[in-house]
Design a protein around this ligand. Structure first.
Ligand code: FMN
Length: 429
């Protein structure tokens, strides 16, 4: 069994070699299978029987779901990257990327909840020129789609967060860097050639936070995203099952030392952090007050899902609320993130911006959040699927596709700018 923990991931050459072998093996299997199916379908003997026609039809339909793209250009939606990532990544790494808590109930709810809302197109609006430009904290962005923080990106591609940074820069998307990244903030800022937002997991040692914030400030980061939804741990059963199924010897990357995970996370260098310090179950809103006292960075709170906490954010002088259930990886609430958005938007009442993530996969999903009052929509797994599939080129294609889909939906619904997207464009089923 591969020895890994929930936080505990990174690999370079090994990942590359295994991925390449699995990709080639898989491609060969697919080609052989397609040839066999074509042979079956063409056989005059079998063609005579209706059951064989049914067999061929069933097989080709299932092939549609398992089709593997060979270049980013072949992708028709972000799920094409998921299929490839699933087949190329080592199984434990794919488990880290894909799974949620308990039996994945919240993960599924994140997708299912979009079906609770339908769109209301208003016709005969001139949408010859659709513009997805958006503004957050006075900065203009090409798109309201933002790269959500995700740790350990070397587990998906040897270039890790550097590839993501280059892709996000090329496509003009804002990026939030996790503090459990496998590449340092300084290297990411250099790859992107401009500052990024910095996400902080708190520990119970105040000096760890202070040291990291000072380091972030030096890179020009002016927004701090505090993640508050893992303070009481999370039940990653499904991840455990994927790890159990991985027969590789992973000790080269995942040593048995108690703080092994932190040793591979450059933002923890010289901070004195220990894994035991990640027990932040005693954290309260005082932490936010203290943060406010030690930094001039804007503070965004990530992991808010209720009106009560949105109100707390406003009362504690937070600069933006980030609605998220961590992509179904925090508590098993069983509630889709899009269903949390309206109560948060109402509680905030336009005083500060609202960001949202968890389950966004299509232009329609993004449009729905904007119509419900979000100012920006962050994506997690889709860009990681792109990264695992083709590195920077994969992330770029995912971002382009989602931007393109959003622009198409805006045209269909009758909104030529993000400011034109209004509550009348959406209703609850
Ligand atoms: C592999 C992976 C690693 C993540 N690491 C972090 C992290 O370090 N910090 C954080 O605040 N959120 C982290 N998240 C959560 C994302 O920021 C985001 O909330 C979530 O992925 C959004 O849901 P989606 O993946 O369905 O788009 C991670 C998510 C994934 C899938």
């Amino acid at each position: 069994m591969c020895r890994l923990s929930a936080f505990d991931f990174s690999t370079r050459a090994l990942l590359n070699t295994i991925s390449t072998l699995r990709y080639e093996e898989n491609t060969l299997n697919n080609i052989a299978r397609r040839k066999f199916l074509r042979f079956l379908a063409a056989s005059p003997l079998l063609a005579a029987s209706s059951s064989s026609r049914l067999l061929a039809a069933t097989n080709s339909a299932s092939e549609i779901d398992s089709y593997l793209i060979q270049s980013p250009e072949q992708a028709l939606d972000v799920f094409d990257f998921r299929n490839l990532a699933k087949h190329t990544l080592p199984i434990a790494h794919y488990g880290y990327l894909a799974t949620g808590t308990d039996g994945n109930e919240t993960l599924r709810a994140n997708r299912d909840a979009f079906d609770n809302y339908y769109l209301r197109p208003l016709r005969m609006v001139n949408t010859q020129h659709v513009d997805t430009q958006s503004r957050l904290f006075g900065t203009t962005m090409n798109s309201p789609i933002v790269i959500a923080p995700a740790g350990s990106q070397n587990a998906f591609h040897p270039d890790g967060e550097l590839a993501t940074a280059r892709a996000a820069r090329a496509n003009g998307n804002l990026q939030i860097l996790s503090n459990v990244s496998t590449r340092s903030l300084e290297d990411v800022v250099e790859a992107r050639a401009e500052p990024v937002w910095f996400q902080l997991y708190p520990t119970n040692n105040w000096s760890v936070a202070t040291k990291m914030i000072r380091r972030a400030e030096k890179t020009g980061a002016n927004v701090l995203v505090l993640t508050v939804d893992l303070n009481s741990d999370s039940n990653r059963i499904m991840l455990g099952k994927y790890i159990r199924a991985d027969s590789r010897d992973c000790s080269a990357c995942h040593s048995a030392s108690p703080n092994a995970m932190l040793e591979r996370k450059p933002m923890y260098d010289d901070t004195g952090a220990t894994l035991a310090g990640f027990d932040t179950s005693s954290m309260t809103w005082d932490f936010v007050k203290r943060l406010r006292e030690i930094t001039k960075m804007r503070i965004v709170i990530k992991g808010i899902v209720t009106a009560e906490d949105a109100d707390n954010c406003v009362r504690h002088g937070v600069d933006a609320v980030y609605v998220s259930n961590h992509g179904g990886r925090a508590e098993a609430s069983g509630r889709g993130a899009i269903d949390s958005l309206p109560e948060v938007v109402t509680a905030v009442g336009g005083k500060i911006p609202v960001l949202v993530d968890s389950g966004f996969r299509r232009g329609t999903d993004i449009f729905k959040a904007l119509a419900l009052g979000a100012d920006a929509v962050c994506i997690g797994r889709p860009y990681l699927w792109g990264l695992a599939s083709f590195g920077q080129a994969g992330v770029e294609k995912v971002l382009q596709m989602l931007d393109g889909e959003l622009a198409m939906v805006m045209g269909q619904i009758g909104a030529k700018s993000i400011a034109d997207i209004k509550p009348q464009h959406i209703a609850k089923s």
